[in-house]
Design a protein around this ligand. Structure first.
Ligand code: CS2
Length: 509
């Protein structure tokens, strides 16, 4: 690994001194050898959080090191200026730390600039319309898609604002639609869009939203878009916690540098992209990305094992007052419940790509969750759970009921999620876009009298808020009765006991 001597001036040295040369970094710190002045922007990425910085930005950093200099990244933060404020003073360089039984440190340099969408909408549209930009990628989290039952929620105020006017876009769809119009007007050529969020068929969601807006605002651009803009889904995977002071200290001590926003992640990393590119395709296959014509199996596998598993551990762990995923899994009952759910409930009902072995994938997921060098807060997983369980759990429940496999595991899970919402509201820890709706619903019920009717109505109501009414299980009395039974049991019996009883039974129904 060759070290670039001149250009890195921005990571500030601890004790205030600037570094003028990368050779001041201690040995063992990886930095790719390309010169930043050779880079050009080729990608605009929406959502410059920790996940992007540990995942796509790292793949691109590796690509740049192979002399594909035209793929530098312009980041866009949708709302907050935090990423720009922290990274601009260090030229958008940052430290990536891979944590497991060993520690690996790399300086990533693929992000060239960051814009804040709500501060300067027209600059974002101008960037996406730049002819050098060939690819747009997104990690804006589930709630950034404004979906209801997998469809664009046209009654959300942000979507309404974009339907009314694109002069100051509000949603990802608004920014993309305005950019499509401008690209067409300026002759900027085709563009590929790739969704990198944990959403099934995310590419289709993006296309539907952008086309809905173009249909309202500019029909000619809609026709042009159908020929010149592609929308692909992708499966992205790398567990990446929120940065904490321990990580900052670790980086400071290893590098003798101050990095305002380092990021840590596990060794595992995966990116499978649907092979749909209207514009030039970045040769990411050179750095480990898989291009696939059929992405749905990859998406299902990731969402229904890894993400669903994370949410299972996080809800149960929260109810047992565990702070981190790996600590929750140290409870034998949680571990066994998770293992059996993935193996006996999710595996038989999930489409996985032919080259994969479900059992091996499950083993690997369990091992990754147990990585105690990378503490991942259950609170981080439980954040926005109303948006996540629609993707992660609900389709499995419907599939389970069709195949008559183990609904008890899933009904206990749903009951536990309801208890988790109540506990989080009471403890003022709920972080969810539907927090107001959940809180209002719970106030109503605590004032009513008869406990049984109360519980039933409350459970139905909370699940409806989380979008369950669009799934079959919500209409099936037997399943919902089992949810209510478990909910009531959870009021009187220790969760650990309930889980233990269930996992020691031999059947799964
Ligand atoms: C996690 C994901 O916080 C969560 O909800 O399930 O962010 C998960 O860590 C990533 O999808 C891993 O690729």
């Amino acid at each position: 690994m060759v070290r670039e001597v001149s250009k890195i001036t921005a990571l500030k040295r601890l004790k205030e001194k600037e570094i003028s040369a990368i050779e001041t970094l201690p040995p063992g710190i990886v930095i790719e050898s390309y010169k930043r002045e050779n880079l050009q922007p080729g990608i605009v990425h929406f959502g410059v959080g920790n996940f992007h910085r540990c995942h796509q930005a790292k793949y691109v950093d590796n690509l740049l090191s192979q002399n594909h200099f035209q793929w530098g990244i312009i980041g866009v933060s949708m709302q907050s200026s935090e990423a720009k404020d922290k990274l601009a003073p260090q030229d958008y360089l940052y430290t990536e730390v891979t944590l497991s039984h060993t520690t690996e440190i790399k300086i990533i340099r693929s992000i060239l600039d960051i814009l804040v969408a709500q501060e300067n909408q027209s600059e974002v549209v101008r960037q996406v319309s730049d002819p050098r930009i060939k690819l747009v990628t997104t990690t804006i989290t589930e709630k950034g898609y404004y979906l209801s039952n997998g469809q664009l929620n046209k009654s959300s105020p942000q979507v309404i604002s974009d339907i009314t006017s694109l002069s100051r876009p509000s949603t990802i769809y608004g920014f993309l639609a305005a950019s499509v119009i401008q690209r067409r007007q300026h002759g900027s050529g085709p563009l590929s869009v790739v969704c990198c969020d944990n959403i099934q068929s995310g590419g289709n969601c993006l296309r539907a939203g952008v086309e809905a807006l173009l249909d309202v605002h500019d029909r000619d651009s809609l026709a042009w878009s159908r020929e010149h803009i592609s929308f692909a889904s992708s499966m992205v995977d790398r567990v990446t916690p929120v940065t904490d002071s321990n990580l900052r200290q670790l980086v400071a001590s290893k590098l003798n540098l101050k990095d305002a926003w380092p990021v840590s992640a596990e060794p595992f990393s995966q990116w499978v992209i649907e092979n749909k590119f209207a514009a030039e395709r970045p040769p990411l296959d050179l750095v480990g990305v898989v291009f696939s014509n059929d992405i749905s199996g990859y998406e299902q596998m990731k969402l229904r094992f890894l993400n669903a598993g994370h949410s299972i551990v996080a809800v149960l762990g929260y109810l047992m007052n565990k702070e981190h995923v790996h600590e929750a899994l140290q409870q034998p009952a949680i571990f066994e419940f998770l293992r059996k759910t993935l193996l006996n409930v999710v595996l038989p009902t999930t489409k996985i790509p032919a080259a994969f072995c479900g059992e091996k994938y499950i083993k690997q997921v369990l091992k990754r969750f147990q990585n105690n060098a990378l503490p991942y807060k259950v609170h981080q997983v439980n954040t926005d759970s109303s948006q996540k369980i629609q993707q992660r759990w609900f389709p499995t429940i419907d599939a389970v009921l069709e195949r008559e496999i183990g609904p008890k595991y899933m009904s206990l899970l749903i009951a536990a999620w309801v208890v988790h919402i109540e506990k989080a509201v009471n403890e003022e820890q709920l972080n969810d876009p539907l927090k107001t709706e959940f809180s209002a619903a719970l106030v109503g019920y605590s004032q009513k009298k008869a406990p049984d009717t109360n519980d039933q109505a409350k459970i139905y109501n909370l699940l409806k808020i989380a979008g369950a009414e669009h799934f079959r299980f919500f209409m099936l009395d037997a399943f919902m009765e089992s949810v209510i039974d478990y909910y009531q049991k959870l009021q009187t019996t220790d969760l650990n006991q309930i889980l233990t009883d269930l996992v020691t039974q031999r059947s799964y129904d």
